[in-house]
Write a protein that binds this ligand. Structure first.
Ligand SMILES: [Zn+2]
Length: 314
């Protein structure tokens, strides 16, 4: 598989894992003093492109010390077990709530097949390879790793999922944010900047907890966020404000449809109008059909997550 990647500042590479479409799911590679780390891996099918990126950049597999996972949703971590097989000196670093699912992925596999179906799993996610227990290391709030002397700090960041960690890189003043600082596609960039919205994925979306987490991250005064979906964006107080506003906007939609007939479909429809509306206000001029195509995958998942939240807490 041909490697597609974007070289960013501070020896950070944004790898396009080419999951589903281009510019959708990123994995990151950080280098320092001859050592390297992956942050997130994409799914099982993304592993060849990660290895091809190492080769294209002349980085030996032996020099990769860490596979760091922001959380265990499969577009972020589905490739971890497989990638580990190819990196003899690396271990996996993950939240304590995620570790056992990497060692025994059977429950994760069943959960994903339940949501997406067997066909989707095989075709778009591929497989899930268990990681050996002694190569899965739990990281908690405040823990650090040194990548050839460059300090990466773990922050516990529940809200999108309870097994979510963000990674603070002092060197770039950047946060490797997984899904916690939202989704933002480059196709929606305008003079007003980036358009950011929340992935309210099943089954642990918790709006109040998420908003607390965002406020906690902002105390670091970050300059940039390295989003899984997709690439580096500037991230400041206005970005945080926008994300929180749309978490509340999505929650209001869910609440309004709490007792609707065919609730899932109704939520999805309202989410689409909401997203098209905020895109218009953001000055996006992209053809509406193209916008709908870009939002499509998120709509399904966001509506499902809001439904689960309504049943549990809403
Ligand atoms: Zn996620």
């Amino acid at each position: 598989m041909k490697a597609i990647y974007h070289e960013l500042e501070f020896n950070i590479t944004c790898i396009d894992t080419q999951h589903m479409r281009k510019d959708f799911v990123a994995a990151y590679l950080i280098e320092n003093n001859g050592r390297a780390a992956f942050i997130d891996t994409g799914c099982y099918l993304s592993v060849p492109t990660l290895l091809a990126t190492l080769e294209a950049k002349n980085i030996s597999r032996e020099s990769v010390d860490y596979i760091i996972l922001t959380h265990i949703h499969l577009d972020h971590a589905g490739g971890a077990g497989e990638l580990l097989k190819h990196l003899p000196n690396a271990n996996i670093y993950v939240h304590e709530r995620g570790a056992h699912h990497l060692i025994d992925p059977s429950k994760l596999r069943a959960g994903v097949i339940n949501v997406y179906g067997e066909l989707f799993f095989k075709q778009f996610l591929g497989d899930l390879i268990p990681a050996p227990k002694d190569r899965v290391i739990i990281k908690q709030e405040g823990d650090t790793l040194s990548l050839g002397g460059r300090i990466l700090k773990f922050i516990d960041t529940p809200g999108h999922a309870r097994h979510h960690l963000c990674i603070w890189d002092e060197t770039s003043r950047g946060i490797f944010s997984g899904d916690t600082l939202g989704v933002s596609y480059r196709e929606f960039d305008t003079e007003q900047g980036t358009l950011i919205f929340p992935p309210t994925t099943p089954i642990q979306f918790d709006p109040a907890v998420w908003i607390n987490t965002i406020n906690k991250l902002m105390t670091l005064k970050p300059k940039v966020a390295y989003l899984t979906h997709f690439n580096q964006i500037e991230f400041n107080q206005d970005s945080a404000k926008m994300l929180i506003q749309h978490i509340n906007g999505f929650v209001d939609i869910a609440k309004a449809h709490k007792t609707s007939d065919n609730r899932h479909k109704a939520i999805k429809k309202s989410l689409l109008s909401y997203l098209l509306d905020i895109a218009t206000k953001h000055g996006v001029t992209l053809d509406e059909v193209k916008q709908i195509k870009l939002f499509k995958g998120d709509l399904e998942i966001c509506a499902q997550g809001l439904g689960v939240w309504l049943d549990q807490d809403g």
